[in-house]
Design a protein around this ligand. Sequence first.
Ligand code: XIL
Length: 455
Amino acid sequence: MKHKRALRAAVTIAVTGALAAGMTVALNPAAAAGTTLKAAAAEEGRYFGAAVATGKLSTGAYTTILNREFNSVVAENEMKWDATEPQQGQFRYTGGDRLVSHAQANGMSVRGHALLWHAQQPGWAQGMSGSALRNAAINHVTKVATYYRGKIHSWDVVNEAFADGGSGARRDSNLQRTGNDWIEAAFRAARAADPGAKLCYNDYNTDGVNAKSTGIYNMVRDFKSRGVPIDCVGFQSHLGTSLAGDYQANLQRFADLGVDVQITELDVMTGGSQASIFGAVTRACMNVSRCTGITTWGVRDCDSWRGSDNALLFDCNGNKKAAYTSVLNALNAGPGIPTDPPTDPPTDPPTDPPTDPPTVGCSASVSLNSWTGGFVATVKVTAGSAGTSGWNVSVPLPSGASVTNTWSATATGSTGTVRFANVDYNGRLGAGQVAEFGFQGNGSASGLTPTCTAS
Ligand code: XIL
């Protein structure tokens, strides 16, 4: 990463000098660009990974792409509970070992997936409950993490434990019914078994600030405050035809809790926006310094669990798709390019020149995600023509509503009119630039009208 930055600086100086001397310069920005996903990601201090079905490692066309483009692997199924402990107390590591040795022979890191999950449990565990299941689950974590000690870069210790929809609550499962503390017990057992592995929580439908991601956010914040060992949060990102506008802001609010974040199972529905969505996700990761890597859930379209969605970066013949180029370009561009997703290019150029004079000061707008008894508000602050060196946003809340937590701003008060001030990294905005912050609350908060003051 440093190398590339230094190189960019050197190019700038050289060009400036040449321009000053009245020379023409042929710039070749591609000279420093990575030509594979793994090289481009590595230049930005990140990894680029793929989920691997170990049965395919003997297929040359598959392995050629895997080895050329990826430097991290995760087992698509081989390290799950049903695969590693098919009978209680009898462990089977054949598939996982195959992946680990392929990784070691090819300089790849390994993500372990997944120690505990409500799905793909062996039949014997599915039929258990209470303390017998809790003991069996913790024993599983301990045994598998101990077996692979020193070989796994990051473990998905717990996968998909939160419910979809607006509750922000845990998903019901046999594991959840053993007591709400099952997740922290799993993380503690994993840390004891392999102190060198990063320990992650992993989930889907968390691709923006929403009730589910906020439930997870609150759990991670609680874990950090109580010293429960958690190092990272994985965002699966099995995506459709659009991307939430606050995808990056959501990654950032987790990073701000002091954990690394990763995109762990990326695949995107085919269609007009596929390439732009892949690019926007990659840019979001580039823009969040604690986003340490991206993994696609498979290699070629035909390897994907999503079948006809053609959701990956290579077609069934192993050719690079437009989505591949979009990801590679975003990796090579590095941080600083806005994440704004997929607007298909406008068909007609805008005809009317803008008539409104630019606002001086700043303006703010709120988007709300509400459920019964609670809400998450995402606030966009836009600087007027003079820019800002700091900003304050006042939000009058309806009676009965209160703010319970805030990210990327500092709140004063929690009921009535709550004032939000910039934090140190987002107060200084150029004309028209946008900062985003958010807050969560109890009660109901429709029709919020924020007022922005710039300083
Ligand atoms: C999927 C695999 O890709 C399939 O082969 C398997 O049949 C089912 O599981 N979230 C996860 C992954 O965490 O483990 C899932 O993988 C996809 C959704």
